[in-house]
Design a protein around this ligand. Structure first.
Ligand SMILES: Cc1cc2nc3c(=O)[nH]c(=O)nc-3n(C[C@H](O)[C@H](O)[C@H](O)COP(=O)(O)OP(=O)(O)OC[C@H]3O[C@@H](n4cnc5c(N)ncnc54)[C@H](O)[C@@H]3O)c2cc1C
Length: 819
């Protein structure tokens, strides 16, 4: 088939991802689709996948996608006539330790809120379903009834066939050499068969995606790693209906395959591959065997499934797969280039993810916005530096194994650390900081007491840093604490149109007097929250936007696109994150401390809440903004990075008298949950509106010129009681037995699951396990509905009585902030 001159959508890559997107685009009516494959369909990573199709993921929407994948693979053969090999025998995950069992049971509770059918099994019940298994040391397990397995090649061919049946063109042996960009947009691709223009280009080139994207200035941080499995000779009496088995404590999974067993692994120390780039001619190829590497897994497997001892090994397989720095795949439109979409970096779950990914990405391409909240896998979470190949190689050593490692709360990566450090880094370490990592930044999570070690001892209960964090939180509440917030992203927006543009974007009114700080959300047309940030007016034509570290790429792209969408906008945005340091001085004694250092009057009259002004501290001029993310009197200090050490030294020296303590991000998190402050990506995202999330107070409904998303928000306001609302949750249990809430624990009203927790923490002032999450009610979520219910939170399959309310538990009237 000749290369057409033009297509509506050109997809690069004929693996399972590319074929699924072609399938789903044609399904929703976009039939002018051309898929270009370098060699043959499936020849990259897809052909050799083990084919496990699991459904439980870390969030509701990702689980929905995986569930949809299973349903799709179930029906694909009937639709296309192409067999897929899909069978739904379920899957069992077993636990060797109580901690793992808790993890599995927490997962089971979470899965229930997503509508999955999950049973908790005892060891003998596991044996009934998997007779070959040695269970003596097993504590228990879970069974997901609708999980399954499929043949990756046949399934991909079925997707391709479905796409072709509806008009898509699939060209094999066609290599894309370059994505052509004009005016910041992808306009087509150059291939060895000529050029094809496109309205939209979709990059699904698996482990080749990093290189292709880099050519056009787009960061797609992924790296290949070797991935191993063996297939045995036929094992006599092996039941054909065996569920897939995961023994995560031994890094292994098992799949029955035509009377043989496939045993694969996610070993703790992986082998990155393709450091010099992925060979262009790599096709249906395998990597060299490495028996020594696989041996420990096999040794454990033979003990776990003794029948393996007598089974010969028919195939020792090693093939490459792409891994991302946070083990989550990428989809969406790239922040750098418009009309360039991607679906790549699948971290060993590309087969089970691609059905759902194809569906949502096709819709995203048509609508130009995601159909549901997909922020966990949105490419806009990637930081440009993360495309650095050494960083990727170093991190990949760890990420493969993390898939089966314990998913500890607060887990911190061991590898590729130290990429982004603040000016205070060494001082904070000297002060006992235990560093965590976010968006590449090293940030103090907590400070170890003198003589103790700043190292995590992970568990699902109270971890070893609890006591340290408690004293940090109490310093915030009762004295004063110092936070290194340099990692927060800061953008300078300048020009005669800066005010008009920001005011159009912001739900709050930012056309305020210079020196005012405005807390606002940026909404999309559907009134969903795209960003949650503060904007300080510095002068008539100059504003500083401050957002969280993880939102740096995303919020900057959103702002840039708004500016670019106005042809003659007299407005620029500059990312000043690296140049402007930020320190939080928080707590009731912060005023005394800062007054002492600056000599300025910081009384309520001279410096009210929400006001920003310059102070002199040490030898520096510092912008002091009276605002807080921990719910106390406090100031955020913004200053040129080179003055940071000087100001820090002044604060520490003078602070002793006021009880100043260093405080870390765990304390910040615990305090903000006590105060009910939302965190974008946890509590609010692009499918939650300000009304649903209780942020209506920050909306300037009637400001001149309106704002993006106003129409949809007005419609929601006029539409009667809200059926979904964010509530504050507190467990009734006060003893040390009270479990901690982390994420997605079911919220239960009168015995029925009506929502789930989004953020959880231990409230150190309240002395309770607390959290916040959305609840749903057809009749509307009113205070009466909340008060009349009997509330419980389900943690690891056990229900705990709880209280819920709309207001925060701590300082609901904001007295402390404004004191
Ligand atoms: C050993 C192993 C076991 C696995 N087991 C499972 C499992 O049980 N369950 C599961 O869900 N996942 C599993 N996976 C992961 C799964 O195989 C991958 O996530 C998935 O196949 C990735 O699909 P893809 O379409 O993104 O990439 P690929 O299949 O690699 O497709 C990319 C395609 O792009 C083409 N291409 C590259 N560059 C160009 C170019 N310049 N021009 C044109 N075409 C180009 C390539 O030829 C290739 O065909 C496993 C992976 C491995 C290695």
């Amino acid at each position: 088939m000749a290369l057409p001159a033009q297509a509506s959508v050109v997809i690069i890559g004929g693996g399972v991802a590319g074929c699924s997107i072609a399938y789903h685009l044609t399904k929703i009516g976009v039939t002018d689709v051309v898929l270009l494959e370098r060699r043959k369909l499936t020849c990259g990573t897809t052909w050799h996948a083990a084919g496990l199709v699991g459904q439980l993921r870390a969030t509701r929407n990702l689980t929905e996608l995986a569930k949809y994948t299973a349903d799709l693979y179930h029906s694909l053969e009937a639709e296309t006539g192409q067999a897929t090999g899909f069978k739904q025998n379920g899957s069992i995950s077993v636990a060797q330790t109580e901690a793992r069992f808790e993890e599995l049971k927490r997962g089971a509770s979470m899965g229930k809120t997503f509508g999955l059918e999950i049973d908790v099994l005892s060891a003998p019940e596991i044996k009934e379903r998997w007779p070959l298994l040695a269970i003596d040391d097993l504590v228990g397990g879970i069974f997901l009834r609708k999980d399954g397995q499929t043949n990756p090649i046949d399934t991909t061919q079925a997707l391709a066939k479905g796409a072709k049946m509806r008009g898509a063109k699939i060209l094999e042996n066609t290599t894309v050499s370059r994505i052509r960009i004009e005016g910041g947009r992808a306009v087509g691709v150059e291939t060895d068969a000529g050029y094809i223009a496109a309205d939209t280009v979709v990059l699904c080139a698996g482990m080749w995606s990093h290189g292709l994207a880099q050519q056009c200035g787009v960061a797609v941080p992924l790296h290949a790693a070797e991935h191993f499995y063996i297939v045995t000779e036929p094992i006599k009496g092996l039941p054909g209906n065996l569920p897939v088995l995961r023994v995560q404590d031994e890094c292994a999974y098992y799949k029955e395959d035509a009377g043989k067993l496939l045993v694969g692994c996610f070993e703790p120390v992986a082998k990155p591959w393709g450091m010099q780039g992925i060979p262009q001619d790599f096709s249906f190829e395998t990597l060299p065997e490495d028996y020594e590497h696989f041996e420990p897994i096999l040794d454990a497997a033979v003990k776990r499934v003794p029948a393996l001892a007598d089974a010969g090994i028919q195939l020792f397989f090693n093939g490459p797969e792409s891994f991302t720095p946070d083990d989550r795949y990428y989809i969406g439109e790239t922040p750098e280039v418009r009309d360039l979409f991607l679906a790549t970096g699948f971290n060993s779950i590309g087969i089970q993810s691609s059905g759902g990914v194809g569906k949502v990405l096709a819709q995203w391409i048509v609508d130009r916005h995601p159909p549901v909240d997909l922020c966990d896998v949105d490419i806009r979470r990637a930081m440009p530096f993360q495309a650095n190949r050494r960083y990727l190689r170093d991190r990949t050593v760890e990420t493969l194994g993390l898939l089966y490692a314990m998913h500890w709360p607060y887990y911190q990566y061991r590898t590729a650390r130290g990429a982004r450090r603040t000016p205070l880094h060494d001082r904070l370490i000297a002060a006992g900081a235990c560093m965590g990592e976010t968006a590449g930044w090293e940030r103090p999570n907590w400070f170890a007491a003198p003589g103790s070690s700043p190292r995590y001892h992970y568990s699902y209960g109270r971890q070893n840093w609890f006591a340290a964090c408690q004293s940090e939180c109490l310093a915030v509440r009762d004295a004063v604490a110092l936070f290194d917030q340099c990692c927060f992203a800061k953008f300078l927006v300048q020009g005669p149109d800066a005010c008009a543009i920001l005011n159009h974007l912001s739900a709050a009114d930012v056309d305020v007097a210079p020196g005012r700080i405005v807390y606002t959300q940026w909404l999309n047309e559907r009134a969903g929250i795209e960003a949650d940030l503060t904007i300080t007016r510095l002068s008539e034509s100059e504003f500083m936007v401050v957002t969280s570290a993880i939102c740096q790429t995303r919020d900057l792209a959103w702002l840039r696109r708004q500016i670019q969408s106005r042809a003659d906008a007299r407005c620029t945005v500059t990312d000043v994150t690296s140049g402007i340091a930020m320190l939080g001085v928080m707590g009731p004694r912060s005023r005394e401390l800062l007054q002492r250092l600056s000599g300025a009057d910081l009384s309520n009259t001279a410096h009210p809440f929400g006001q920003s002004r310059e102070l002199e501290i040490g030898y520096a001029r510092v912008r002091a903004s009276r605002i807080t993310y921990v719910g106390e009197l406090g100031w955020e200090l913004y200053l040129p990075a080179e003055h940071c050490l000087d100001v820090y030294e002044q604060l520490v020296a003078a602070g002793a008298e006021f009880g100043l303590r260093h405080a870390g991000y765990h304390a910040m998190g615990a305090c903000r949950v006590e105060k009910g402050y939302r965190h974008w990506s946890h509590d609010i995202a692009d499918e939650d509106t300000p009304l649903e999330s209780g942020l209506g107070f920050a909306v300037a409904w009637d400001k001149a010129g309106g704002f993006l998303g106003r129409e949809a928000l007005l419609k929601q306001r006029a539409g009667g009681p809200l059926r979904k609302r964010l509530v504050q949750v507190m467990l009734a249990e006060t003893s040390d037995d009270a479990p901690l809430l982390y994420h997605e624990e079911p919220i239960v009203r009168d015995g029925r699951i009506v929502g789930s927790i989004k953020s959880g923490a231990w409230g150190f002032r309240l002395g309770r396990s607390i959290g916040m999450g959305y609840v749903h009610a057809e009749e509307g979520v009113s205070p009466q509905w909340l008060e009349s219910g009997r509330w419980e939170i389900e943690v690891a399959c056990r229900r705990w009585p709880a209280h819920v309310q709309l207001k925060p538990w701590y300082d609901p009237t904001n007295q402390r902030i404004k004191s």
